[in-house]
Design a protein around this ligand. Sequence first.
Ligand code: FES
Ligand SMILES: [Fe+2]
Length: 366
Amino acid sequence: MFIKNCWYVAAWDIEVPQDAMLARTLLGEPVLMYRTGAGRVVALENRCCHRAAPLHLGRKEGDCVRCMYHGLKFDPTGACVEIPGQETIPAKTCVRSYPVVERHRLVWIWMGDPALANPDDIVGYPWHDSPEWRMKPGYIHYQAHYQLIVDNLLDFTHLAWVHPTTLGTDSAAAIKPVIERDTKGLGTLTISRWYHNDDMPNLHKRVASFEGKVDRWQTYQWSPPALLRMDAGSAPVGTGAPEGQRVPEAVQFRHTSIQTPETETTSHYWFCQARNFALDDAQMTEQIYQGVVEAFEEDRTMIEAQQKIMSQVPNRPMIPIGSDSGMNQARWLIDRQLKAEQAQASAAAGAHPVIPVFPVTPVGAV
Ligand code: FES
Ligand SMILES: [Fe+2]
């Protein structure tokens, strides 16, 4: 079961090219994405309402898509505009159309009640398209429930064990994060981790213009369903980073990690690591990207193996430890929203009792 009334990421902008269609399962629903002639992204249910053929096996015709089984044609609102060989088109001949917003190089989709979709609620990732930052967009497909990935991102003690040669240093397991929770709306967690007079992780060493001990930080915001925005970096020790000073040689990154459930046991994961130095160095862009891919493969190995065990031996309790605090608070926020949506659905069902599809004529009535 997934939260429905929130914005999810469906794709990077480049995954939906002008002249092709992208089929993707999101929250267990088959979705088709394509662009209109004006470049606007359309998201339709990827299931023809006639006989359930997937529309991605069809073809784009202008701003419409035609199912290539029996030829029904649908416009960007999902309405059927042509049934070959038939004059009238019943109103219910349509597929679902999802609200979509393209912002900061991401395609955002609303899978819940369209009346509640407010683009102002979309979380900002300005470093994706700011001229002051440079990044290469990344995507990973995961054989695991998305909340296992969220758990991982909200407990950086694993850096010491899963990423000893990439992201981690020995100190990662000992640092106590400061966690602040804001319960407004869907809620937000702000997590800060400071490493004073510490070693640089290898990924920073590879691009830093200085050597030696550093003060470094990982400050990130997380909000449901699975949106993480991080400010991370290393500055030469004693140059005032903890007090808010960022000297020019400090290595600074903005990191994006976003998950969208595909099914109960698989997930989509979009990420990038933006930097504000050496902007024109394409080789460095690739090097940083590959470094993150390498580290994320380390996570994936562990998390997919964890999912396998959980599927094999389900419903066993987990024993909490102190460093679970961030992930537990995230799970609390997700559960809170799930319960709220369930309560809304029950209330709506109660307020509108189910009416029989065919009116029943009372016995004896004329
Ligand atoms: S299944 Fe699509 S037109 Fe028949
Ligand atoms: Fe990790």
